[in-house]
Design a protein around this ligand. Structure first.
Ligand SMILES: *Cc1c(COP(=O)(O)O)cnc(C)c1O
Length: 395
């Protein structure tokens, strides 16, 4: 039998032309990472300590808490990751269930799936500013849904939500709430929504929180809104490749355990429970997350989030000084500013929506980078203004 040891020569070798392609591709990725300011992802993180694990077919198939006949797995560290997030989100060890997902999107689908299994006749309410994937996934799940208006800052319009739920009081509401909308990082007020449900005397309801980004910022900020299980939520989804900075998409979903027990099915082929959405699951993701949580730690994240907020405040200030309209929501590392010229969008990979663009001030974004971006915008604008003056016809 061939020895399974790391470091053995690969045979056959990659053709020379393909070697060059790899070099070029790496160069391209390195270069793009230099001007990566528009998306909520940490730009760089050293996981090289873990590279030896990539020699093996690590797969956390099925339920992370159940035994499994597929033994090349990292379930133990996955459970530690989940426990870390359970503590962060204030749910007791006996009361939660969850798993490491392929990203925030999967966690959101999972939350909606649980809600639908609990309340098959329920209606999903979500704001206009909700992540684009949700509308599609509601179709996949074939759930009744009603879109609620957003306020200009991206937060759900509570009056519209209240009035709409009031009309449909006979069906259980399933609230898809945002803890950090994609564009403006607005947070829907969970405590206020819970109070509304009480006020309307609605006996059955479900709240899922999409905390793709803010699941890793709000818990580390004093005086920030509570979006976890203390506020009466039922499930939460957090991305692992955003603030934490895993180099490939992954995430965490947590839900109240009593709900999950209702959908669990035992599968003989893998000797485990089929409680997760996908069968095979990325065990390397669990390990990478564990490594980030262990090396940075709660204190490290607290410090980083604090610094990001300061840099975000700095960015707003610098934009304004440069004559560019800019703002941000409270406790947000997302800085929203006037939609810049196309040339800037391309060069800095900036996401836009209508009249706004944004940058997300992650730990890898420095004040110098913010300065360079703003200088670039000013330069391109001045150039544009100069050109339009020249082409203007004479009176
Ligand atoms: C990024 C994001 C998602 C999707 O998460 P992925 O981890 O990219 O799948 C969902 N909702 C919000 C608010 C996001 O910002």
């Amino acid at each position: 039998m061939q020895e399974l040891t790391p470091g053995a020569e690969r045979e056959p070798a990659l053709p020379a032309a393909d070697e060059r392609r790899l070099e070029e591709l790496l160069e391209y990725v390195r270069k793009q990472a230099q001007t990566f300011v528009g998306y909520p992802c940490r730009g760089y993180f050293d996981y090289s300590r873990l590279f030896d694990f990539l020699y093996y077919p690590i797969n956390n198939v099925g339920d992370p808490f159940a035994p499994c006949t597929y033994r090349v797995h990292t379930r133990e560290v996955e459970r530690e990751v989940l426990q870390w997030f359970a503590e962060l989100n204030h749910i007791g060890e006996a009361d939660y269930w969850g798993y490491v997902t392929n990203g925030g999107t999967e966690g959101n689908i999972y939350g909606l799936f649980l809600a639908r299994e609990l309340y098959p006749g329920g209606v999903v309410y979500y704001s206009e500013d909700t992540h684009y994937s949700v509308a599609k996934n509601l179709r996949v799940l074939n759930m009744r849904h009603i879109m609620i208006k957003s306020q200009p800052n991206g937060e759900i319009d509570y009056e519209d939500l209240y009035e709409t739920m009031k009309i449909h009081r006979d069906v259980p509401p399933i609230i898809f709430a945002n803890a950090g909308t994609t564009m403006t990082e607005a947070k829907d007020d969970i405590t206020r929504i819970r109070a509304m449900l009480k006020d309307l005397a609605i006996p059955q309801s479900y709240i899922h929180v999409d905390a793709a980004l803010c699941g890793m910022t709000l818990p580390f900020l004093d005086g920030a809104p509570v979006v976890d299980f203390r506020a009466g939520i039922d499930s939460i989804s957090i991305s692992g490749h955003k603030f934490i900075g895993c180099p490939f998409p992954c995430g965490i979903v947590l839900a109240r355990k009593e709900y999950v027990n209702r959908i669990a099915r035992s599968i003989e082929y893998v000797g485990t429970l089929d409680t997760t959405l996908t069968g095979s699951r990325n065990g390397v993701a669990a390990l990478f997350l564990w490594y980030a949580l262990r090396t940075i730690g709660k204190d490290g994240f607290r410090r980083e989030v604090g610094e990001c907020l300061e840099k975000a405040a700095y960015a707003v200030e610098r934009f304004r000084v440069a004559g560019i309209e800019a703002w941000r929501n409270p406790h947000s590392i997302t800085v929203v500013f006037e939609r810049p010229p196309e040339e800037i969008l391309e060069r800095w990979q900036i996401a836009v929506q209508n009249r706004w663009g944004h940058i997300v001030v992650m730990p890898t974004i420095t004040r110098e980078k913010i300065d360079r971006l703003i200088e670039d915008i000013v330069r391109v604008r001045e150039k544009g203004a100069g050109e339009s003056r020249r082409v203007r016809p004479r009176a």
